[in-house]
Ligand binder design. Structure first.
Ligand code: IPE
Ligand code: IPE
Ligand code: MG
Length: 251
């Protein structure tokens, strides 16, 4: 652990061993944040986008291995065309403006989700970030954009079935590790902490396979109000959890 990470962890006040390895976040509540201020939903999305870099930076400084951010689901295409347009423009803009954050913090950027359906300008900036950060060795940041967990699992099953049909795999070789290795998060540990902002008690088609033993943390705070202090509060809460993985409760 480098000294910057050590002092950051010390400031947080929890032992490094009690930090999660992979934090997944459902960044929800932009619309309600805007409505509570009589603003257009697009203002909520803009305010929300500004909240992401400080959280990524904090995770990176703490030496957390992976972070996955839900920014657009496959179901979000059902929204009004104008709102989807605003969001696609925002992603394009932020994928560019966040580049220094990624390079300065040694973050490895990855896109999680389907390429099909995303505008070319978004795909170009996603690819650029992936390429630019491919050799970075710090935090792995998965940006879930046009992501749906069932679609991800379906694609994994399809690729395994194709390999089985061509004789490259036997059915006995299909195990949990193989399935994990065919998902977009391959190479990262499963999330051990899932944070959802703005109070909804649901998963919304997010990382269904990967979160099988994640600790859940739901806060009423809307995403555009979520600061590194709120993030640290979630980490402290996580550090106090007793994780059992099916075992009996210890004293
Ligand atoms: C999350 O905020 C951003 C996206 C889903 C793109 P919402 O837009 O869902 O905000 P609420 O849930 O309507 O408040
Ligand atoms: C989940 O939020 C997706 C993202 C945060 C990108 P939604 O607002 O789309 O989820 P539901 O519709 O409330 O389940
Ligand atoms: Mg929402």
């Amino acid at each position: 652990m480098n000294t910057a990470t050590a002092s950051e962890i010390e400031r947080l006040g929890i032992p490094a061993a009690a930090l999660p390895h992979h934090v997944a976040i459902i960044m929800d509540g932009n619309g309600r944040w805007a409505a509570s201020r009589n603003l257009d939903r697009s203002e909520g999305h803009k305010a929300g986008a500004r909240r992401t870099p400080p959280i990524v930076e904090s995770a990176s400084r703490l030496g957390i291995e992976a972070m996955t951010l839900y920014s657009f689901s496959t179901e979000n295409w059902a929204r009004a065309e104008a709102e989807v347009g605003v969001l696609m423009n925002l992603y394009t803009e932020y994928l560019v403006s966040q580049r220094p954050l990624l390079t300065d913090n040694n973050v490895r950027f990855r896109h999680l989700g389907q390429r099909d359906g995303l505008p070319a300008r978004v795909l170009d900036e996603l690819d650029r970030n992936v390429e630019l950060t491919a050799d970075n060795t710090g935090l792995t940041l998965h940006l879930a954009l046009n992501y749906g967990s069932r679609a991800e699992i379906t694609a994994a099953v399809r690729s395994i079935a194709a390999d089985a049909a061509s004789g490259e795999l036997t059915t006995a070789e299909v195990d949990e590790a193989l399935i994990s290795s065919r998902l977009g998060t391959a190479g990262s540990p499963d999330p051990d902490l899932l944070i959802r902002t703005s109070g909804e008690m649901r998963i919304s088609n997010y990382l269904l396979w990967q979160i099988s033993y994640a600790e859940l943390y739901v806060t009423d705070t809307y995403w555009p109000d979520f600061t590194p202090e709120h993030f640290h509060e979630a980490l402290r809460d996580f550090a106090g959890r007793q994780r059992r993985f099916g075992r009996e409760q210890s004293e």
